[in-house]
Design a binder for this molecule. Sequence first.
Ligand SMILES: Nc1nc2c(ncn2[C@@H]2O[C@H](COP(=O)(O)OP(=O)(O)OP(=O)(O)O)[C@@H](O)[C@H]2O)c(=O)[nH]1
Ligand SMILES: [Mg+2]
Ligand SMILES: [Zn+2]
Length: 312
Amino acid sequence: MDTGIVVKHTGIQYVVRLDENGRRINCTLRGKLRLKEDKTTNPVAVGDIVDVEVDENEKSGIIINVHPRKNYIIRKPSNLSKQAHIVAANIDTAFLVVTLTLPETKLEFVDRFLLTTEAYHINTIIIINKTDLYKTENLQNALAEFKDIYNKAGYEILEISAKEKTNIDRLKEKMKDKVSVFLGNSGVGKSTLINCMNCSQIAKTGKISDAHKSGMHTTTFYEMFNLNFGGYIVDTPGLKGFGLIDEFEKNELYHFFPEIFKFSKNCKYNPCSHTHEPQCGVKFAVENGDIAASRYNNYLKILNTENTKYRY
Ligand SMILES: Nc1nc2c(ncn2[C@@H]2O[C@H](COP(=O)(O)OP(=O)(O)OP(=O)(O)O)[C@@H](O)[C@H]2O)c(=O)[nH]1
Ligand SMILES: [Mg+2]
Ligand SMILES: [Zn+2]
């Protein structure tokens, strides 16, 4: 039996890089492993450490066991989906790649994403890509506003242009000797950024549709690339939405909005849902501008509409 890391996932096929000799072999899952998990569409994800039974021809194998994960990112394809999808496992840093135009990343998507990485304790950095395009006054204002919202929330933000190679060195510093993943909507430039990293492999990149001003879902599988300066980066298919999974209690929701959690210490009542209670430190901070209105509104929206376990 051999051990390795899952470096590529395409529907039913997995590619595993064996620890012993660095060889990449195609693998399928042992039947038992497929049946064991019905809560997720994929019991094995890129980044998983797995035990493999290599065939006699040494070209293919069967994944027979998944080692316990340090962490993972999970989402539902939509809120109505029954099964969740494990996006990547054993991640040091998740980079949420956003763009303010072509395509425009919606703040609600950002907040749903960040809620999930907070809940799963995954260090997250926001990349604002395509800064070469933000020339108009409107886009300059949108950039300033975006930065203000997420600086207040406590997130680190990197402003990058993959096209003009702006701040690529700062990004590389953050990725050195770590396992990182790029996530975001289709067309924000995840694969283009990977190609700025001088990996030995090249990621396929697409165009922005003229009609919809959105990406064309060019990347269709999950793949881990070796960084020649040390570390690994996972390229992922563009996310359409970010369905939340309901593993946390509703009265805990505010724990995963770091700035809301911080100001909740000033609430008079405990527990406080930060909706109707008097002398609420969170509502006070929203009125003062210490918490962005968009973040608070998305908190309320998730609190009121998601089918999570607990309702106030
Ligand atoms: N102007 C500009 N265009 C960029 C930049 N980065 C990427 N693009 C363009 O955006 C388009 C989409 O890039 P991709 O790298 O394929 O986007 P992706 O996020 O991998 O998209 P999916 O694989 O569909 O999820 C391509 O036409 C890129 O050339 C940038 O910094 N500035
Ligand atoms: Mg791509
Ligand atoms: Zn409160």
